[in-house]
Design a protein around this ligand. Structure first.
Ligand SMILES: [Mg+2]
Length: 230
């Protein structure tokens, strides 16, 4: 059956999270004088932070920790790697981070070209586990807003990918069917397995070619491959 609706993930799929986050963190390291306080280098901080952030995002996705803990603990834990145990500092950095990161606008190559191409043929929506106030800013600032009809965050639906209720909420809201919809995302667990579980086809965006055993509909390393598939 031909596709009618395409759901995109945002972070690490269109919005280049790692690049944007690195820019924001570099600014914060300077602003809060972290190199003077004991952080050995910008790169070593980024490395520690990305590992911790990924782990805490998983905990957040599984409802083990709150949004607040995610925002502050990732910095608290990263600072502790450099023997800086200062929760107030972590909190200040955490607040500043969510204030500046959504203004970063690096996208993965071909994002705009592909969206222009797809927009004429399909209904496009975003499904993201990110925060409501942050994701809309990212979309607007990186000029992605006009391509999408609905932006469904986990806060809006009340559920997080891969919970099937997140996908069912999205289908209901957009009046779409799983059989004629496609999910495109970078997370095997949240995006691909989540969509597959409700009978939706999937495109796994795997730019680094990470090996896996999952049986999926399509896999791409670059977004421009979507113009061949769709
Ligand atoms: Mg993602």
């Amino acid at each position: 059956m031909p596709y009618e609706t395409i759901f995109f993930d945002l972070d690490h799929t269109l919005w280049d999270f790692e690049k944007n986050s690195s820019e924001a963190l570099s600014e914060l390291i300077a602003k809060f004088n972290l190199l003077q306080k004991g952080v050995s280098s910008v790169d070593s901080f980024l490395k520690e932070y990305f590992i911790i952030n990924l782990r805490l995002w998983e905990d957040y996705r599984k409802n083990i920790i709150s949004k607040e803990s995610l925002r502050y603990d990732r910095f608290h834990q990263a600072l502790k790697k450099f023997e800086i145990d200062d929760f107030e500092l972590a909190k200040a950095i955490g607040n500043e981070y969510v204030a500046i990161a959504p203004y970063k606008t690096n996208l993965f190559p071909y994002s705009i070209e592909v969206l222009k191409y797809l927009k004429n043929k399909y209904m496009l929506h975003i499904i993201t586990n990110g925060f409501e106030e942050v994701q809309h800013l990212k979309l607007r600032n990186s000029e992605l807003t006009p391509y999408f009809s609905e932006v469904i965050t986990s806060e809006r639906s009340g559920f997080k990918k891969p919970d099937e209720r997140m996908f069912l909420f999205s289908l209901d809201l957009t009046r779409a069917n799983a059989e004629t919809s496609l999910m495109i995302g970078d997370s095997l667990e949240a995006d691909i397995i989540g969509a597959k579980n409700i009978g939706m086809h999937q495109v796994y965006f795997n730019p680094e070619g990470i090996p896996h055993e999952e049986d999926l509909t399509h896999e791409i390393r670059s977004l421009n491959e979507l113009m061949t598939i769709l």
